[in-house]
Design a protein around this ligand. Structure first.
Ligand code: PGA
Length: 253
């Protein structure tokens, strides 16, 4: 059984102080992690403080990005080795904003996935899709090619742990969520790609998330889809109340 994974991505929002206020506000309100896992990805500037203030909570504190080398002359980059040493267990890799504003290519994203695994963390790999590609009906090959490229060189045991988020860029921050059929189609495609690359058994274990204007109103319908195991929420994860509602989606059923 795949345990649902409800993740927030704060992006470049909030402050260290606000991150602590957020953790205080959600304390004791998250589901049992054997039933639903929850995570917040935040700026590297917040991580140490958040880890310290999160002790005893089931919330996973995740990084939003890292570099693909462990150390060296890479001014301004975040070392995956240092993240792991700090106690970080999950890292978002290849978010569409990284692809768009920081020119991250499939090759860079693959190196980052390998760096995250090398440091015994779990990558939350994002796979985007543009409206242009959807309208010209080549979104399917695009999604397949991103997943295939991101997982190059990833062995079967690592593949079982990976979390993949289908995040059409036209739905991110736009208030325009994909329809449940579109979201399911993207997540199904990702699962099929994993089955082709590894096996049906691995594909049945991998958690696939949907992201793009998810909120506590639309989450239940999205999460009811067969191939959608969780969500990656940006805007809706910034307020403690709405994150807690998202995390407890099973109670709203
Ligand atoms: P959004 O962002 O929920 O604000 O659309 C999602 C994401 O970028 O991960």
């Amino acid at each position: 059984m795949r345990i649902p994974f409800i993740a927030g991505n704060w992006k470049m929002n909030l402050s260290v102080t606000e991150s602590v206020e957020f953790l205080d506000a959600i304390r004791g309100k998250l589901p049992n992690p054997d039933e639903v896992q929850t995570a917040i990805a935040a700026s590297p500037l917040f991580l140490e403080t958040m880890l310290r203030n999160n002790q005893g909570s089931p919330l996973i504190i995740s990084a939003e990005n890292c570099f693909y080398e462990d150390e060296g002359a890479y001014t301004g980059e975040t070392s995956p080795k240092a993240l792991a040493e700090m106690g970080i267990t999950h890292v978002i890799v290849g978010h569409s904003e990284r692809r768009k504003y920081f020119n991250e290519t499939d090759d860079v994203i693959n190196k980052k996935v390998q760096a995250v695994f090398r440091n015994h963390m779990i990558p939350i790999v994002c796979c985007d899709e543009t409206m242009g590609r959807r309208e010209s009906s080549n979104h399917i090959s695009w999604v397949v090619s991103q997943v295939t490229a991101a997982l190059k060189g990833v062995d079967i045991e690592q593949a079982r742990q990976v979390i993949i988020a289908y995040e059409p860029s036209w739905a991110i921050g736009s208030g325009k969520t994909a329809s449940t059929e579109e979201a399911e189609e993207g997540c199904y495609l990702i699962r099929q790609t994993i089955a082709d690359l590894y096996s049906d058994e691995v594909a049945n274990q991998v958690r696939v998330l949907y992201g793009g204007s998810v909120n506590d109103d639309n989450a239940n319908k999205i999460l009811a889809q067969k191939d959608i195991d969780g969500v990656l929420a940006g805007g809706a994860s910034l307020k403690p109340d709405s994150f807690v509602r998202l995390a407890n989606f099973q109670e709203n059923n």
